[in-house]
Design a protein around this ligand. Structure first.
Ligand code: HAS
Length: 542
């Protein structure tokens, strides 16, 4: 029998899981459509439906449901507490309803607005209402999670918040700050635009979207980071190199993840360069915790590798359990993140951005971040949950490990092809990739390399989806022994705060700082937009 939290995790994981084949199907259709000399499987118009579906299904629905599920799983165990049943059911109901409405709009071809849904492109109102309901559903869960963490802090003033719960909390604080502007955009601008043809100021809408859009990426990342910090040391049998450094990283992610959104709008006229520069600088602040994470994980790996007899500068690397399901499933995403992270820094470098903006380069960047660091971690976690929560022995674990490596190699090839083509100017988000032969032929081999990589990680995805399903349906019943469980959050004993107050544990304070910095980061640009006067335009059906 399952607790209310575990039932919630089961359902949210099931929804997340069902998104994988759907999103994957859209993905492979686009890959073929966009590769010169490959079969052209869909019309131009269907391409935009597939592109919207791919982004919404994988980047929004898959991630949000997975994160709700893993959050309930981790927090209820580490804090030894229970979520409100009402909150769990209500949040699930709203999020599911929202997903169904948006899915109807997309699948009926009435929402070809891509996952960024910039006006004046117009979708069926169901798309926007669905997105809003998904967000409201997630808020119900989020507020209950805050209640539990704050209660834990109040009742245990001398205990530290466990490291995985802290990461999950960070993700949801980021969500708290990110989502209200996009909810406003949807309710006040996009729904009236879609229903009544109301005119909308495009720059205002884009600015509200990116207030949400960038912190959103850390909402995707932080649960993965929390799993890395918790599980990698556990698998290796060593402590994390520094829990303090992990919490410093979490706090930096939290406070600096929002006043950065303008780095998606460097080429938008109407926002002054001063604010763009401020957001550039803060972007470099928010990149720092990923470097701290790299250091922390590497130091942990080195310690474990040396304890296992690894010698010399790199000898320890080969002593690590690269063939194990849990280790490879959580480490390969980090190796992909090194790729996506570096290109993120390039994107953020104000002038360099003009070279890569809206090219296939960006596609390489976000596949190795959200598709690499986050999605691969999440799929590995699904297999671990199948074993440790659903108590099913993973079928052919060696095949899962092979699929993790294929995903990684495939994404490296895909990103290299798309980076090079992007630097040469190949555009993203268009079915007219070669403009009837007018585009440079130099792009072609790189786009084809990207397609080979894409096919490799698509096949890896098919294998993983198949293995998760097969494990749940046909896996032998197992009870994983105590010491062998990876996701053993119920065994966590929170550390004690020594020497009185410990600023890293003052979560309430950091939440206030986060909200204040987000508002501060956007007052100026929004004032500028309103002071200059809005320029509303009517909707355009895509
Ligand atoms: Fe990004 C665009 C900048 C991180 C996702 N990003 C996007 C888009 C998405 C996305 C989806 O400044 C497209 C949006 C759209 O459709 O228009 N991004 C950054 C920066 C970072 C960054 C500076 N992005 C992410 C993450 C994402 C994500 C994380 C999802 C999860 N991004 C941008 C910019 C744009 C952008 C611009 C707009 C571009 C444009 O023009 O449109 C940073 O946070 C990255 C920091 C990361 C690092 C990496 C550290 C390395 C690690 C690995 C170490 C390896 C180890 C392994 C330990 C500095 C952690 C060692 C193993 C051994 C065995 C030795």
């Amino acid at each position: 029998s399952f607790s209310a939290e575990d039932r919630f995790t089961k359902v949210t994981m099931l929804v997340a899981f069902l998104m994988l084949p759907l999103g994957g199907l859209f993905g492979i259709l686009q890959l073929f459509k966009r590769t010169p000399n490959f079969p052209d499987p869909v019309s131009d118009s269907t391409y935009y439906t597939a592109l919207t579906g791919h982004g919404v299904v994988l980047a929004i629905v898959f991630t949000t449901f997975f994160i709700m599920g893993i959050s309930a799983f981790i927090v209820s165990r580490e804090l030894k507490t229970n979520f409100s049943r009402l909150a769990l059911n209500l949040s699930l109901g709203l999020a599911l309803l929202g997903t169904v409405l948006a899915a109807v709009a997309i699948l009926s071809g009435q929402a070809k607005v891509l996952y960024t849904f910039y006006p004046p492109l117009k979708a069926n109102p169901l798309f926007y209402i669905g997105a809003a309901l998904l967000i409201v559903g997630s808020w119900v869960f989020m507020f209950d999670l805050f209640r539990l963490v704050l209660k834990f802090r109040r009742e245990n003033p001398d205990l530290k918040v466990p490291v995985a719960t802290y990461g999950i909390l960070t993700a949801w604080v980021i969500w708290l700050v990110a989502t209200p502007p996009v909810a406003l955009e949807v309710l006040l601008l996009l729904v009236p635009m879609s229903l009544f043809g109301m005119e909308v100021d495009v720059l205002l809408a884009r600015t509200l979207f990116w207030w949400f859009g960038h912190p959103l990426v850390y909402f995707w990342l932080l649960p993965a980071v929390a799993l890395w910090y918790y599980a990698i040391p556990r698998i290796l049998g060593v402590p994390l190199f520094s829990e303090t450094m992990a919490k410093v990283a979490y706090i930096l992610y939290m406070i600096a993840s929002t006043p950065v959104g303008l780095h998606h709008q460097f080429v938008d006229p109407g926002i002054g360069p001063f604010f763009k520069l401020v957001h550039t600088l803060v972007t470099f602040v928010v990149a720092t915790p990923s470097m701290l994470t790299a250091f922390n994980i590497l130091a942990t790996l080195e310690r474990a590798g040396r304890m296992r007899g690894g010698r010399g500068l790199v000898g320890w690397v080969f002593k690590l359990p690269w063939g194990s399901l849990a280790f490879s499933g959580l480490m390969l995403p980090i190796i992909l993140f090194a790729n996506g992270g570096i290109t993120g820094i390039i994107n953020a470098s104000f002038q360099l951005n003009t070279v890569v903006h809206n090219t296939t380069w960006i596609v390489g960047h976000f596949h190795t971040t959200v598709g690499g660091a986050s999605a691969l971690t999440f799929m590995a976690a699904m297999l671990l949950l199948a074993r440790e929560m659903m108590k099913r022995e993973v079928i052919a674990p060696w095949l899962a490990v092979a699929a993790f490596y294929m995903w990684t190699v495939g994404q490296y090839l895909f990103s290299i092809g798309y980076y090079v083509a992007g630097v040469m100017g190949a555009p993203r988000r268009t079915s007219e990739l070669l403009y009837g032969g007018l585009a440079p032929t130099e792009w072609i081999p790189w786009l084809q390399l990207g397609a080979i990589g894409g096919m490799v990680f698509w096949i890896a995805g098919v294998i993983l989806v198949g293995l998760i399903a097969a494990t749940l349906l046909f896996g032998k019943k197992v009870s994983v022994p105590q010491g062998e469980r990876v996701l053993a959050f119920d065994e966590t004993t929170p550390g004690r705060i020594e020497n009185g107050k410990y600023i890293l544990e003052e979560v309430r304070f950091w939440i206030v700082v986060t909200i204040a910095l987000a508002i501060l980061g956007y007052i100026g640009p929004l004032y500028e937009i309103f002071a200059r006067g809005l320029v509303p335009v009517g909707p355009v059906p895509p």
